[in-house]
Design a protein around this ligand. Structure first.
Ligand code: G4P
Length: 190
């Protein structure tokens, strides 16, 4: 998505060789018009697949996910992060390890918001190691529902997330794919 790549080049900066800061339009301040275009793009790619719900992981996935859900006329569900296990049969939970943040959390989904007939589209802001997406997949599949696609705003293609997900048979569609990060350097896969 050219508009997104231009914005990353203009406003993004690499903290180091692994982390890209995009606080001015995605992770802190949010540009609703850009999010709308992102939603349009995901809709174009994922429509006609019988998707029934859009799932995302709090918090930075919410803006692109809600725009995608609105454009596809579908409900959107936020997978919540909790520090500890909820001792209650009303929820699905799984532990996710974040390599970027060096911590674990419990990804949590109320059983009320999924059924085994659902076809889920997962939308998230970043794909790094794929751990958050794998956690979301575990929750969906525990219920017997299906993941029909994964839409990512910014993929760090030099990290293993895409390969891990594709090896398991999931369709990963990313709007910007970053080949390399470094001092004053942001390079995309065309
Ligand atoms: P993974 O799911 O692909 O394995 O990624 P990882 O756990 O390593 O990433 C954990 C968190 O760090 C996620 O945010 C993710 O969006 C964010 N992240 C990963 N790489 C980058 C990066 O290069 N730049 C920025 N800005 N963020 C990155 P989170 O913990 O879910 O927090 P939130 O922002 O959604 O609240």
């Amino acid at each position: 998505m050219e508009e997104l790549r231009d914005r990353i080049l203009k406003e993004g900066h690499a903290l180091n060789e692994a982390v890209l800061k995009v606080d001015s339009f995605l992770n802190h301040k949010v540009d609703p018009k850009l999010m709308y275009e992102i939603g349009t793009n995901f809709k174009k790619y994922f429509e006609n697949r019988g998707i029934t719900k859009v799932f995302t992981i709090e918090s930075s996935g919410i803006a692109p996910a809600v725009m995608t859900a609105m454009q596809m006329n579908l409900p959107m569900v936020i997978l919540k992060k909790q520090a500890s296990k909820v001792l209650n049969d009303d929820f699905y939970q799984t532990i996710v390890h974040s390599f970027t943040k060096g911590s674990d959390y419990q990804l949590t989904l109320s059983k009320k918001y999924i059924s085994k007939d659902d076809n889920i589209l997962i939308i998230d802001d970043f794909l790094a190691n794929g751990e958050a997406s794998l956690g979301a997949i575990r929750l969906v599949e525990e219920c017997g529902a299906k993941v029909s696609g994964i839409g990512i705003v910014i993929e760090k293609s030099f990290q293993p997330g895409r390969e891990v997900l594709e090896k398991r048979g999931y369709d990963v569609y990313s709007l910007a794919r970053i080949k390399k990060l470094g001092k004053d350097l942001i390079e995309f896969i065309k």
